[in-house]
Design a protein around this ligand. Structure first.
Ligand SMILES: [Zn+2]
Ligand SMILES: [Zn+2]
Length: 85
């Protein structure tokens, strides 16, 4: 896994540590994962998406960047994160 690039924080552009999952300056998630995390009762998706993706390319659920307001869906009536429904 030597080819894993470190992306700067999408919100404040801080360069995170190699194993950081969240920005230590502003708390933004650093990996744009599918919001459908695998859990005890469900298989989930947890797919990693490009930083610009508002929705998971695999299952259509919102991404963490979308959920935290870091990317805006292009369509107003696009799928809302299920937490808000
Ligand atoms: Zn940040
Ligand atoms: Zn997904």
């Amino acid at each position: 896994m030597a080819d894993k690039e470190i992306q700067p924080c999408v919100r404040c552009a801080k360069l995170p540590g190699e194993k950081d999952a969240y920005c230590t300056d502003c708390g933004a998630p650093l990996v744009n994962r599918c919001i459908d995390e695998p859990g005890i009762l469900k298989k989930g998706c947890g797919c990693v998406n490009p930083p610009t993706a508002a929705y998971c390319h695999k299952c259509g659920e919102p991404t963490t960047f979308n959920f935290h307001g870091l990317v805006t869906p292009a369509y107003q009536n696009a799928n809302k994160p299920f937490f808000f429904s």
